[in-house]
Design a protein around this ligand. Structure first.
Ligand code: SAH
Length: 232
């Protein structure tokens, strides 16, 4: 049960998630352990709770167990040197975790993570969160890039991507995101409106696309910026 994983520190939160099998791989635990969630939230006293938290502008930072689940679904494609797109990057927390997986310090081939969000204030805030986290150099070197844009269109300039994470629920599967997946490549995306489920979209080496549905979830909608700001 997710709530049991809440910790007093970041280390405790990650350890609790590992002990309850919410995180089942050491590599994901290590990457999440490197990122202090307190640098990516507004209410820092609740930073290590295993629950989502409002980050303003109609957005939330996802719960740690959802971030862990997403990372582990994408893990086979998050090798050093991989290119990753994080759609609806919000706080920048997951972008930071993904960065550690694809650009390890000793790695020969450096990967790249692009975070895209349509709320300019959130993109600015995520950049300052990443700097607080000690990832200012990664931003300057272009290993992490945070852009303002409509994530439903993806970000073709840096594609194709080994892995695409979508952190907001889309009514349908956006074709540009499928097009920007490498062959092979994998996408994690919540799909639905009132009723949502996480889907895993995998493109094989021949470009054939397979879709698999996971559990029901509740994400912020992948929508128009105006609709999000007005709460509809
Ligand atoms: N992974 C982020 C999730 C933030 S909530 C985190 O844990 O911090 C979902 C995000 O999707 C919000 O920041 C919202 O602004 C963004 N979003 C919604 N619709 C979007 C769109 N069409 N294009 C880009 N970002 C979008």
């Amino acid at each position: 049960m997710a709530w049991r994983c809440t910790g007093k520190t970041n280390v405790e939160l990650i350890n609790n998630m590992s002990n309850h099998n919410i995180i089942s791989t050491e590599i994901a635990a290590a990457a999440m352990g490197k990122v202090d969630r307190a640098n990516f939230v507004i209410r820092t006293s609740e930073a290590y709770e295993d629950s989502p938290q409002s980050i303003g502008h109609g957005a939330t930072i996802s719960a740690p167990h959802m971030h862990a689940f997403a990372v582990e679904r994408l893990l086979p494609f998050l090798h050093p040197g991989a290119r990753v797109l994080d759609v609806g990057s919000g706080s920048g927390y997951l972008t930071a975790v993904l960065h550690h997986l694809v650009s390890p310090p000793s790695g020969q081939s450096q990967g790249k993570v692009v975070g895209i969000d349509h709320i300019p204030e959130l993109v600015d805030w995520s950049r300052s969160n990443l700097a607080k986290e000690g990832l200012g150099a990664a931003l300057e070197e272009g290993k992490i890039e945070m852009v303002v844009g409509d994530g439903r269109q993806g970000y073709a300039a840096d594609g194709p991507y080994d892995a695409i994470h979508v952190g907001a629920a889309s009514p349908t599967l956006p074709q540009p995101l499928i097009d920007q997946l490498k062959a092979p490549g994998k996408m994690f995306i919540p799909i639905g409106t009132y009723s949502q489920a996480v889907w895993e979209i995998e493109k094989d080496v021949n470009g054939k696309v397979k879709k698999k549905e996971y559990m029901g979830v509740l994400y912020v909608p992948l929508t128009d910026a105006e609709k999000q700001k007005s709460g509809h």
